[in-house]
Write a protein that binds this ligand. Structure first.
Ligand SMILES: CC(C)(COP(=O)(O)OP(=O)(O)OC[C@H]1O[C@@H](n2cnc3c(N)ncnc32)[C@H](O)[C@@H]1OP(=O)(O)O)[C@@H](O)C(=O)NCCC(=O)NCCS
Length: 165
């Protein structure tokens, strides 16, 4: 089925929550990524992408947040595709489109917690040991980042926190 990717609008809120609940199940709020969001990360609806099916229902989401770690950075997540639409390329399409929006906005880089096997197709690589820390336990191998411009990650370091501005 053809899907349309667009920026998040306030009216998508409840449908996004339903997709997240169906895709992640219970335990979603225990993730360290949730701690990053709770620590004052600022949601960027214009960079976030939602996928709509032909009926106009939300079937996927890739949220983008503004954070800080020595330099301003974007934090990607949650990424979720409704189970009825998985394995058709929508997850990667959402990530590609959200990252393209971040790049167009002139950002330094994007960081996330996720599976390298999935995200490397978009260019994400593991964060070198000691460069970044998260407000909670995280498997270092799942801490990934991507520069949005040459040298964009050079000054990034420390704990992910709320943006300064
Ligand atoms: C992860 C998710 C967004 C992928 O969406 P999708 O539309 O199925 O993704 P795509 O079709 O673009 O790519 C599918 C491929 O991604 C890979 N993949 C999916 N989930 C993966 C995971 N957790 N780890 C590694 N690879 C994964 C698989 O190889 C899959 O290929 P397959 O269908 O042949 O098995 C979706 O499975 C989902 O919502 N999962 C539950 C929530 C979640 O785990 N989110 C990611 C948090 S980092």
């Amino acid at each position: 089925m053809a899907n349309t990717l667009i920026a998040e609008k306030p009216e998508h809120h409840d449908a996004i929550e339903r997709v997240l609940a169906r895709a992640f199940g219970p335990g979603r709020y225990a993730k360290t990524s949730e701690r990053v969001r709770e620590r004052g990360a600022i949601l960027e609806p214009t960079l976030t992408r939602v996928a709509l099916n032909e009926a106009g229902d939300v079937v996927g989401v890739c949220r983008i947040w503004r954070v800080e770690a020595g330099e301003p950075l974007y934090f990607l997540g949650p990424l979720a595709v409704d189970p009825s639409e998985q394995s058709a390329g929508l997850g990667l399409a959402l990530v590609r489109d959200a990252v393209a929006a971040c790049r167009a906005s002139g950002g330094n880089g994007v960081v996330l917690v996720g599976a390298e096997r999935f995200f490397r197709a978009v260019g994400f690589t593991p964060v070198p040991a000691g460069r970044l820390s998260m407000p909670g336990p995280v498997d270092g191998a799942r801490c990934l980042w991507l520069a949005l411009r040459p040298g964009g990650l050079d000054k990034v370091h420390g704990e992910l926190s709320a943006p300064n501005d």
